[in-house]
Design a protein around this ligand. Structure first.
Ligand SMILES: *Cc1c(COP(=O)(O)O)cnc(C)c1O
Ligand SMILES: [Zn+2]
Length: 436
């Protein structure tokens, strides 16, 4: 089976153009803009949902291969997608042991720690951005990254045959750096934090005609994040969860999951049950969670200081949209300290066998707090968004897990070093279950 099925309506008939989220100004398809010319507002892709109604059905989607292009009519790529043929469709794990630990009835983990090929949610946005870059004829791709985006751009670009420049803040985890370098892009460490890298990349995008996936391809890139939400709904049996906790860095994924649910409602693919959206940040970088908690209209950019480096963005591009959605859906925002993040990583591993990175630890720690605060009702369904893999941020937990036991290869050495005396397993001859 080919990994991509034909669309039910030609994408060029469905994709209409771009619209400013601030002032609503409409830009024709293929206009060379990526922010509004009037107010620098972010742009979003406009689709003609009427054309899809009754045609893009549950059955059509379910008949397609298990990758993110099963929702291709709702993604902004007109030609045959060439990137991300195996990305997406990650497990939605019913987490009963974790539910018991948190004291909630119905808990799911949407597990992008096993996304293909670079183990984070970024494989979704990059699949869409680089497919778009291909159809627009770009030869060089680039990004400003906190680590995972660089990994994903490097891997997808290698397969698609682009030249690649990755810009990251200095001092990222080894796993994140090697996880880009292995694909042989140029990796440039900037002496500064992510917000400095981002500002620099905007300047570079004016000068170089490269596809900066999260700068000049941003309106297209962000659309890829919707697939995380489409999958949750489909995997719940075409239902929306009642509560969802989402990590917030630049604020891309939370509003796109919200938008994905709205689109499914618009197309009559799910019933609207008004899910509450909760924003999770690390205490060392929580401009949005803080503004929500203070019930403030504005957020104050911060200088990040947290082990959760993948979500350490002090001045989030889509921060206001996150605040708006958390508020109007009856959700909230919370943050977690580095210690709480480490504890949550261990709880998820020990309850469900899932090793997430620091961003996932943040999200779970925040979910736990929100349940304790009563903001997430214990008897309602809850999805916790796990967006990255713990193998990339091992240094965060290395000193907070148990130790190995070094022994001689003898039974005597094992029993002396590894078993507490009173727990040593000495089978009684003839006892039930014992080896005789
Ligand atoms: C990038 C990232 C996020 C969220 O980033 P947004 O910019 O808010 O979409 C969350 N988790 C991980 C692991 C990430 O790499
Ligand atoms: Zn505008």
């Amino acid at each position: 089976m080919h990994p991509i099925h034909p669309p039910v309506v030609e994408p060029c008939e469905v994709i209409q153009g771009l619209r400013c989220k601030e002032c609503g100004h409409f830009y024709e398809k293929d206009s060379p803009v990526y922010v509004c010319e009037y107010d620098f507002g972010p742009l979003e892709v406009v689709y003609d949902y009427e054309k899809l109604k009754g045609k893009l059905t549950r059955e059509v989607i379910e008949s397609r291969p298990n990758n993110l292009w099963r929702y291709r009519e709702l993604l902004p790529v007109e030609s045959e997608p060439e990137v991300g043929l195996y990305s997406g469709w990650t497990p939605l794990v019913k987490a009963d042991r974790l539910a018991a630990e948190l004291g909630v009835a119905e808990l799911y983990i949407k597990d992008d720690s096993v996304n293909h090929p670079t183990f984070s949610y970024k494989d979704r946005v990059v699949s869409v951005a680089l497919s778009r870059a291909k159809e627009q004829g770009y030869r060089t791709v680039s990004c400003a990254s906190t680590g995972n985006l660089g990994n994903s751009v490097s891997a997808h670009a290698a397969r698609a045959g682009f030249d690649t420049y990755i810009f990251i803040p200095a001092g990222l985890e080894v796993g994140k750096i090697v996880g880009s370098l292995v694909y042989n892009p140029k990796v440039i460490e900037i002496d500064g934090n992510y917000d400095d890298v981002n500002r620099f990349c905007s300047e570079m995008a004016d000068k170089y005609s490269w596809a900066f996936v999260n700068v000049n391809l941003r309106p297209y890139y962000t659309e890829g994040a919707k697939t995380y939400g489409f999958e949750i709904a489909e995997q719940l049996g075409w239902k929306l969860p009642q509560n969802i906790v989402v990590p917030v860095a630049g604020g891309t994924i939370l509003p796109r999951v919200y938008r994905s649910f709205r689109e499914l409602v618009e197309l009559d693919l799910v019933e609207d049950n008004s899910p509450r959206f909760f924003a999770a940040q690390a205490a060392g970088c929580s401009p949005i969670a803080t503004a929500i908690k203070e019930e403030s209209e504005v957020f104050r950019p911060v200088k990040p200081k947290t082990i959760a480096k993948s979500i350490a963005i002090g001045n989030p591009a889509d921060g206001y949209e996150v605040m708006d959605i958390a508020r109007k859906t009856g959700g909230w925002g919370e943050d977690a300290t580095d210690e709480e993040i480490i504890d949550a990583i261990k709880i998820l591993a020990q309850c469900e066998g899932i090793f997430t990175e620091t961003a996932g630890g943040t999200t779970l720690a925040v979910a736990k707090k929100l349940v304790e605060q009563g903001r997430i009702p214990r008897d309602e369904s809850l999805v916790v968004c796990i967006t990255g893999n713990g193998m990339k941020t091992q240094e965060a937990v290395a000193n907070h897990v148990g130790q190995t036991h070094l022994i001689q290869p003898t039974v005597e050495s094992f029993e002396r070093n590894c078993l507490p005396m009173d727990e040593a397993f000495v089978p009684e001859v003839g006892a039930v279950g014992a080896i005789v």
